[in-house]
Design a protein around this ligand. Structure first.
Ligand SMILES: [Zn+2]
Length: 468
């Protein structure tokens, strides 16, 4: 049986400063090596100061994942020598001397299956290595320490996944959760990095390191299953090792041999005291936690009669569920949900596109009301939405400028119907004998009004005129 476990590094991107110093946590778009200080560079004599907010965010995440929170947490030095690690060790958490990492023994449900969370630990991110060309063939490696010391949580699962698809579903749920908890923006480049441990039946465990996209980790795991199975079939042993994912060639390749735990020579970080967590503080964090995605979905379904499918899509995306919360009223909630999940998500499905949207809650609310009051058809509504998204103009302005309002006052509609009757005498005769053919006439009227005629009023008038 295939067994997969994950180690996921999530940056706490919502924090202001790094984990142990005052440098900015947001290291992106800054000239290399300009967001550093003696502490995050590990200069002799510099002492780390633990970021309290990082502990709070990590606690909230641990609570949301159903983890046990210990009474006290402590930090360890994980020693290894690598150019991205200026101190020669990484400050992290370690559970060998009792459970002192911020969370342990949690779980996430995916499709009725429980994925157990072994542990959550707070640690610092190393710097960034920039290669010239590929990491295998490069002659020059540049080091940028702007990222060194930025706050991370590492989430370690049990090997509870049976296939790569479950991994991808899990990661999507986790990303939604991180976003919803305001712990991280998982869609920032490098904010979520995944290591996958995988073994097929009769094979040693292989670790795939540091994959930056969910799609790629799924592909890398698929590749590894095929590779390991074909080795097993030929009686060639699968080497226990660390492998990397080559995005361009879509293969994993062997890198350094895997360090054993003893190689890291974990030792207690003497410069950071043991931190006692106050129970009342944890309770307060729990009480102030944002509504979970699952609870939000249930509320949408129960309170507004939104279908579970729409509720699922809406609740799992923080950007769109925030928009829904601000846009809906008690009477138009269902329509607002439909507009967001079908029409708006169709226009803006990526983070970049969402940022560009010029849409406000008022736009969506006005549009939903107009559809419900029969002032505009759903089709015209789509056009109005596209215009609002592009220009930011108000709904009433767009209705006038694009001439999208419904023709549903009976007298003007009747006039149009009379005109069509005049033009389509043969069809009218046919419809009198066979009412089933009336759709042809309705179609003509729709074309003439550019889809703005209210279908039910139209049909009613025709019925009256043809007396059937
Ligand atoms: Zn610093």
């Amino acid at each position: 049986m295939t067994k997969i476990g994950l180690e996921i590094h999530c940056q706490l991107t919502k924090l202001e400063s790094k984990l142990f110093c005052y440098c900015k946590a947001d290291y992106r778009d800054i000239p290399p090596n300009s967001n550093i200080c003696p502490i995050c560079m590990g200069l002799p004599g510099a002492l780390p100061m633990l970021n309290k907010k990082a502990v709070e965010k990590a606690t909230v995440l641990s609570l949301a994942l159903g983890c046990q929170i210990p009474k006290q947490i402590s930090f360890f030095r994980k020693n290894y020598f690598y150019p991205d690690l200026p101190k020669g060790f990484q400050i992290t958490q370690y559970n060998a001397y009792g459970k002192t990492s911020i969370g342990s023994d949690g779980a996430i449900q995916i499709e009725g299956r429980e994925i157990k969370i072994r542990r959550i630990q707070i640690e610092e991110d190393p710097g960034r290595l920039v290669y010239e060309g590929s990491s295998e063939k490069t002659q020059i490696t540049l080091v940028d320490y702007n990222r060194a010391g930025t706050p991370l949580v590492e989430i370690v699962t049990e090997p509870d996944f049976e296939n790569p698809r479950q991994v991808r579903i899990f990661l999507n749920i986790l990303a939604d959760l991180l976003e919803n908890l305001d712990v991280s923006d998982p869609y920032l480049e490098g904010a979520m990095r995944v290591d996958g441990n995988i073994s097929v039946e009769k094979a040693n465990r292989v670790e795939i390191k540091n994959v930056g996209s969910f799609r790629d980790i799924e592909k890398a795991l698929h590749f590894e299953i095929t590779r390991q199975q074909s080795l097993v079939e030929r009686n060639i042993p699968v080497v226990a090792e660390t492998r990397h994912w080559d995005e361009a060639r879509k293969i994993t390749f062997s890198s350094r041999s895997k360090e054993e735990e003893q190689d890291y020579r974990y030792l207690p970080e003497a410069d950071i005291p043991i931190i006692h967590l106050v129970q009342s503080k944890i309770e307060a964090l729990k009480d102030n936690m944002p509504e979970s995605v699952v609870a939000k979905k249930e509320r949408y379904v129960k309170k507004y009669g939104i279908t579970p499918q729409v509720g699922d899509v809406l609740s799992s995306d923080k950007f769109y569920s925030d928009l829904f919360e601000k846009a809906h009223t008690d009477t138009n909630a269902k329509e607002v949900a439909n507009i967001i999940t079908t029409d708006l998500m169709g226009v803006a499905d990526t983070r970049e596109k969402k940022i560009e949207l010029k849409i406000t809650p008022r736009h969506i609310s006005d549009l939903a009301d107009a559809i419900l009051n029969n002032q505009i058809t759903r089709n015209s509504g789509k056009l109005a939405l596209q215009e609002m998204v592009k220009t930011g103009k108000s709904f009433s302005e767009i209705i006038v400028s694009l001439d999208l309002g419904n023709v549903n006052d009976e007298s003007s509609l009747e006039k149009i119907i009379d005109e069509i009757f005049e033009e389509e005498k043969k069809a009218v005769l046919e419809a009198r004998q066979n009412p089933d053919t009336v759709n042809y006439i309705v179609g003509k009227i729709m074309r003439k009004t550019k889809g703005k005629a209210d279908p039910s009023t139209t049909l009613e008038i025709i019925r009256k005129k043809l007396s059937f």
